[in-house]
Design a protein around this ligand. Structure first.
Ligand SMILES: Nc1nc2c(ncn2[C@@H]2O[C@H](COP(=O)(O)OP(=O)(O)O)[C@@H](O)[C@H]2O)c(=O)[nH]1
Ligand SMILES: [Mg+2]
Length: 286
């Protein structure tokens, strides 16, 4: 007989009625307002452009991490006009996972992809749900989601997986990319100091459903209006202007050594666009 999965075990355990010593009163926990599954859903948004090598492993690891924790989840993949077998992989996996796929007919860049992913997630998310974004390249480990969700439930509205908190590690990233990221972090902390934030650019983040919805209502289509990789810092600059948005970070182990294929970030272009954006925002230009 095949062994039950961790999810099945979790469901069996949580469906048992627990006797809390009230049997004399004839009240079983079953008749109380006890939830057997989580009271919220985790919606994971994955921007994907030609990620045929990384997607199968990432989707397996995501399902394992979220299933082990008995979390209710959905995965939203925005396929940004991939020309490899990303669409086929998503078609196959869609029969086995709670997966929703949005497809751009042609490649539009990370900004448009994150925008469409977040807007779609916002449509299906309730206020208590947690919406996450992460790279589809296996460098962001799904195990960290549990801690990020925990932090949202502890009172944060946005949680960033950070390379700059004690305990963080960066494995396999070239030294020049590390230097650029480090300088970028220092510059942003100087120009836009934000309590709790050191990593402004990382794509691995969690948002409270209620706050995402509030941000989209406040900014509309402008919430994500940067085309390229600079969209991540821009989203944060917008969130930090909203009242009562608590942002926190959790240390991340960035496993760049697990990435298959080349980075799709064009470093010089991203650096130039990011500097232009920071200058504009500092001058108060929207
Ligand atoms: N939609 C879209 N996503 C992209 C594009 N380029 C990269 N991505 C995705 O954005 C994420 C970050 O890209 P990645 O190559 O991992 O950049 P790096 O981690 O900074 O080296 C990955 O999930 C990519 O699939 C693009 O042109 N369009
Ligand atoms: Mg990446």
């Amino acid at each position: 007989m095949p062994e039950p999965s961790a999810t099945q075990i979790g469901q069996q355990l949580s469906s048992k009625s627990v006797d809390l010593g009230n049997s004399q009163s004839g009240v079983s926990v079953d008749s109380w307002k006890v939830r057997r599954v989580s009271s919220f859903k985790v919606i994971v948004v994955l921007p994907a452009y030609n990620e045929q090598e990384n997607l199968p492993g990432l989707l397996d690891n995501l399902a394992e991490a979220l299933g082990d924790a008995s979390l209710d989840f959905e995965i939203v993949v925005v396929d940004d006009g991939s020309s490899d077998s990303t669409p086929d992989i998503l078609g196959e996996q869609g029969t086995q996972l709670p997966l929703r796929v949005q497809r751009h007919e042609r490649n539009q860049g990370l900004g448009a992809t994150i925008r469409d992913g977040l807007h779609f997630a916002n449509q299906i998310a309730g206020p208590k749900d947690v919406v996450l974004t992460m790279d589809a390249d296996e460098t962001h480990t799904p195990g960290l989601i549990l801690r990020m969700v925990r932090m949202i439930k502890e009172g944060h509205d946005v949680v960033i997986a950070s390379r700059y908190q004690p305990g963080a590690r960066v494995i396999g990233l070239s030294w020049h990319r590390r230097v650029i990221s480090y300088v970028a972090s220092g510059l942003m902390r100087l120009l836009f100091p934000t309590p709790g934030v050191r990593d402004y650019t990382c794509g691995y983040r969690a948002y409270r459903g209620e706050v995402l919805s509030r941000a989209i209502a406040a900014y509309g289509d402008r919430f994500v209006d940067q085309e390229g990789f600079q969209c991540m810092v821009d989203i944060l600059l917008k969130l930090r202007q909203m009242p009562n948005v608590v942002i926190g970070e959790v240390p991340m182990i960035l496993r760049y050594d697990l990435k298959k294929g080349e980075s799709k970030m064009r470093i010089l272009r991203t650096a130039r666009k990011t500097l232009q954006l920071l200058a504009k925002r500092k001058l108060g230009i929207q």
